[in-house]
Design a protein around this ligand. Structure first.
Ligand SMILES: NC(=O)c1ccc[n+]([C@@H]2O[C@H](COP(=O)([O-])OP(=O)(O)OC[C@H]3O[C@@H](n4cnc5c(N)ncnc54)[C@H](OP(=O)(O)O)[C@@H]3O)[C@@H](O)[C@H]2O)c1
Length: 335
């Protein structure tokens, strides 16, 4: 059997070019005792992958040159060699990387039930982005009923769930997204109270319009000028959740920091970074609650699925161009 694998070949500077990776076709070796072979169906494409390509200290080791590109995934066990936990036919999710098959001893892989949610949902709303939204807005943002919540990247995998959870908890929610289609989507379909199109509006003026009384919680997915504008509108004891800074990930120079940070002092506010991996022990509890909200129609989840491991590069770039709706997923199984 042949496994198509995307091998990381060089550390990019700026936006990654296609030759950052090499697509290889390699023979799948035999299973050792206690291993399983997983046929991967869907790969999760995440902005964090850009950070994992950089050398240097971060919250996780960088991907090494000549390794399979790291990625979350979901698929099916198709062969086992005396594995204590998994059997043929089990659906599982884990860190399978950008490849069609993966051999593992099963550590850090979890069974999922395809009857309860679709497989792509297990790497989206019920996977890492959904967990980020859940713990970020509840544990770090500490939202309470009546709070005014602003979220950037609002039509994306994390932001769309953040806004919906804040609505479930009785907050007023304003989303920032690129383009009228995404802005209409978060208001009309997801129930946000307002939207700002940062691509066509002056962000400072639009924030005055949408948040005339200021902001209690800002959930930041993008950094840069939008973070700076949000800082200027904080209310007393506001909380900023630093989840990501996608506007800065492909910078060739230093990250642009916020000049309005003294607003934290004036408003006795806080700005706190979060890494979803810190909440791993509570994922199943969060997934259960979010699964319930999905079943009750309170939480909507949208996946944008592209086909073929050959199309990894152009699909990955959609994270940065914004040319996608919801959670970006790559289907790698060949039928
Ligand atoms: N801290 C953690 O543990 C953790 C975990 C998961 C994700 N994250 C972070 O959360 C953020 C969102 O991740 P996601 O998976 O939900 O991605 P996503 O929002 O589904 O996709 C990225 C979106 O970012 C927007 N974007 C791209 N370039 C931008 C720019 N220059 N300025 C403003 N917006 C821009 C685009 O939407 P528009 O069309 O609206 O521009 C794009 O669709 C990322 O920063 C990611 O690194 C953090």
């Amino acid at each position: 059997m042949i496994n198509k694998q995307l091998i990381f070949k060089k550390r990019p500077v700026g936006l990654p070019s296609a030759d950052t990776w090499e697509l290889q076709s390699n023979t799948i070796p035999d299973l050792a005792q206690g291993e399983v072979l997983i046929q991967q169906h869907y790969i999760s494409l995440d902005p964090a992958m850009r950070g994992w390509m950089n050398e240097g200290k971060s919250y996780i080791e960088p991907v090494q040159i000549d390794e399979v590109m790291r990625a979350g995934s979901v698929g099916k066990v198709i062969k086992t060699n005396n594995h204590p936990k998994f059997k043929d036919g089990d659906y599982v999710t884990g860190w399978g990387g950008v490849q069609q098959y993966v051999i593992t001893n099963g550590s850090n892989w979890y069974k999922v039930d395809p009857n309860l949610a679709s497989l792509p949902q297990y790497i989206g709303t019920l996977g890492m982005p959904g967990m980020t939204a859940y713990f970020g807005i509840l544990e770090v943002g500490k939202i309470k009923e009546g709070d005014i919540v602003l979220v950037s990247g609002a039509a994306g995998a994390v932001g769309s769930i953040v806004g919906q959870i804040a609505k479930i908890k009785g907050c007023k929610v304003i989303g920032i997204a690129g383009g009228s289609k995404k802005c209409n989507y978060i208001v009309d379909e997801l129930g946000f109270d307002g939207a700002i199109d940062y691509k066509s509006e002056n962000i400072v003026e639009a924030l005055k319009r949408e948040c005339p009384k200021g902001i209690d919680v800002y959930f930041d997915n993008v950094g840069g000028e939008i973070l700076d504008a949000a800082l200027a509108r904080l209310r007393l004891h506001a909380r900023i959740v630093i989840c990501g800074a996608i506007s800065q990930y492909n910078n060739k120079k230093a990250v642009n920091g916020p000049s309005n940070y003294l607003s934290l002092l004036v408003n006795r506010a806080s700005m706190q970074g979060m890494v979803v991996l810190d909440y791993a022990k509570d994922y199943s509890k969060a997934a259960k609650e979010m699964g319930g909200w999905i079943a009750q129609g309170k939480l909507k989840s949208k996946e944008d699925i592209y086909d073929g491991i050959e199309n990894f590069h152009e699909t990955f770039l959609r994270l940065f161009s914004g040319d996608k709706m919801g959670k970006l997923v790559l289907k790698v199984i060949e039928e």
